[in-house]
Design a protein around this ligand. Sequence first.
Ligand code: IPM
Ligand code: MG
Length: 302
Amino acid sequence: MKRYRIAVVPGDNIGPEVISAGCTVLRRLEALGRCGFDFETFPWGAGHYLRTGRAAPEDVVEQVRPFDAIYFGAHGDPARVPDRISSRELMHPIRRGLDLYVNLRPVRFIRGMTSPLKAPEGIDFVVVRENTEGEYANVGGQVHAGDTHEVAMQTTVITRRGAERVMRYAFALARERGGKRYVHCVTKSNALAHVMELWDRTFEAVAADYPDVRTGKSHVDAMSMYVVTRPASFDVVVTTNLMGDIISDEAAAVVGSIGLAAGANLDPTRAGPSMFEPIHGSARDIAARASPIRWRRFAPRR
Ligand code: IPM
Ligand code: MG
């Protein structure tokens, strides 16, 4: 029986409750005898920041690299730790450091969910969000901080290689899904004429290699409407980092709840582990209502 080593990062607030439930499901799979899991838990996040002054150790990427996969809970504690800290010291180093360039976010209506739409049946698409550059490239800085004339700049970085590889993934996925075979590109090239023009042009070049896959394109403002007005028309949606972040939360709400929305941060080359996480936040307001968590059950066997 193949055993997989999983790095588990339970996170903060509701994070450990959700991850604990997920580990229970994995243990059940194990009991069915198909495969086995060895969990190792890493206590990183806002709590770790409060205890140690860092949300994760500086060598976080090297610590998780040897695993087969990373199972990652929501992190953060906005009342006590600025939100950007655990993202900057924990999540983004892993996404970028392991080159997890696809952030895959399935959007599917499951019967029993309560959608704000009248007829949510048939909604089944996947958001393919670029995950290592774009608006999140972390290029910028502040000058004269704290002064009356302080300045902040943050630059979006689109590279031909970065756009092309995530788009190729989207087209291959549309083929693999074998449904509508339709890739919809989200852009904003009517306003962001430099970066999104390159994005659009790359999309057209990649699309030419997949003549059997239909394509469409919307600016993100219109797309935010279509996610509500015609969500069932989509199959694979490819978009930049920040636009994908926003569209995927909107889409999760449209099918009923961000509480059920899953995300996979993938390195399709499989050079290292990929990371799997729910896309919701740490939800302090509803944390600690579930039954107590028994972490010992998931402790690694030694
Ligand atoms: C997500 C989250 C993160 C992001 C936050 C926590 C920085 O919203 O994974 O969607 O914006 O990428
Ligand atoms: Mg998000």
